[in-house]
Design a binder for this molecule. Structure first.
Ligand code: ADP
Length: 389
């Protein structure tokens, strides 16, 4: 029996899960507010749930707190492999890989493409290597699932020499989620060859066209800023708007803040939490209503585009925080798509079920599914497979 520890490091948080090769979860938890005096850890293990607080100067301290909590409350923490979520694998990493010094340097070099996202992954890798020096560390990349995109889907129509020199192309993100969710949906439909559009709608959001298990198009690009409307990112934007704002005196940091923090639902309404936007719209707030319309309009555009790229559609799949939990957003997205065979059944869509489910009416042209994503489980599978477990 092998056990795998999955680490998903954010800039100030660390999600972990320990599971065995039968996919039984032995422990799971979340460390928050890393980098502050007021760090906290919520740990679920054999003895139930415990919450611990401690100053957490860095990711090494976060991992040490997790190990101390396991030592005190169980389970024994002796992983055979550690799987890490790494956001950007660039053009080089199209599959999970065991991290050695050279791979680590390559991940670090890719931080220029993902300055907000790759550094926390590296911190997790370094902390885990220090804690478990003899255990293989496997990097699993958010970009890797999209390596199958054909060149016409991954190429931006800009100066080819410049694009090659600076790595400017579409990579796509949320690949671990799209991979997991599309596989579960295809299994549920009994169609390994299914043509699917997966909508990962969380704080970050992306659409993916999956043909027989392979990504052929996705809405995020060089960075996780392109595509759908998100919590604090606006997705597609005329690049001319950036030139215009630069010429009006906004500097690069100002643009960065605008694009990463003051756009999307937050830019339009002041809050990036979709629950708040729905509540405001229900109370008659016209700006919140507009934000929801912009959000659904963008998603519908991608569904239509991907139906064209796929040459047909066997399922539309919703996942992540919004996609799994908001019947209203699902209904708004498919509203007006009846001519494509897409609709939700109000009772099924509104039911408080949690698992994999079909929410379209019987006899609908194209099934609409809700599939809870599980990136940690997918990372665990990749980590075990990579070391031959
Ligand atoms: P992340 O991208 O950070 O992993 P999640 O996938 O957890 O985020 O999604 C977070 C988003 O899900 C938030 O915008 C939150 O408002 C939304 N969300 C969670 N539950 C609901 C719900 N019941 N209805 C609508 N939106 C929800």
């Amino acid at each position: 029996m092998s056990t795998v520890l999955v680490l998903n490091s954010g800039s100030s948080s660390l999600k972990y899960r320990l599971l065995d090769d039968a996919e039984t979860v032995l422990a799971a938890g979340l460390v928050e507010r890393i980098g502050t005096e007021g760090g906290s850890l919520r740990h679920r293990g054999p003895a139930g749930e415990v919450t611990v607080t401690a100053p957490l100067p860095d990711h090494t301290a976060a991992l040490a707190l997790m190990m101390a909590t396991c030592a005190e409350h169980g389970p024994e923490l002796a992983p055979d492999v550690v799987g890490h979520r790494v956001v950007h694998g660039g053009a080089r990493f199209s599959a999970p890989i065991v991290v050695d010094a050279e791979v680590e340097a390559a991940i670090e070099a890719l931080s220029t493409l993902a300055p907000l996202h790759n550094p926390p992954g590296l911190l997790g890798i370094r902390a885990a290597r220090a804690a478990f020096p003899d255990v293989p560390q496997v990097a699993v990349f958010d970009t890797a699932f999209h390596a199958t995109m054909p060149p016409e889907a991954s190429t931006y129509a800009v100066d080819a020499e410049l694009a090659a020199r600076y790595g400017v192309r579409r990579y796509g993100f949320h690949g671990t989620s799209h991979e997991y969710v599309s596989r579960v949906a295809a299994d549920h439909l009994g169609r390994p060859d299914a043509k699917l559009v997966v909508l990962h709608l969380g704080n970050g959001a992306s659409a993916c066209a999956v043909d027989a298990g392979r990504s052929i198009a996705t809405s995020m690009g060089l960075t996780p800023l392109e595509g759908l409307v998100m919590g604090t990112r606006g997705g597609d934007l005329d690049p001319g708007a950036l030139l215009h704002l630069l010429r009006q005196g906004l500097d690069v940091d100002g643009l960065d803040t605008l694009l990463n923090r003051r756009s999307g639902l937050a830019g339009l309404t002041g809050t990036g939490d979709l629950r708040d936007v729905l509540a405001a719209a229900a109370a008659g707030d016209a700006q919140a209503e507009l934000a929801l319309d912009v959000y659904a309009h963008r998603v519908r555009g991608y569904v239509g585009a991907y139906l064209a790229h796929l040459g047909g559609l066997d399922g539309l799949v919703f996942t992540a925080g919004v996609g799994e939990n908001s019947p209203e957003v699902r209904a708004r997205v498919v509203a007006g798509l009846g001519h494509l065979g897409l609709a939700v059944d109000p009772a099924r869509n509104g039911a408080a079920d949690r698992g994999v489910r079909v929410v379209s009416p019987d006899g609908a042209g194209v099934p609409v599914l809700v599939v809870p994503t599980d990136e940690e489980l997918q990372i665990a599978r990749h980590a075990l497979a990579t070391v031959g477990g």
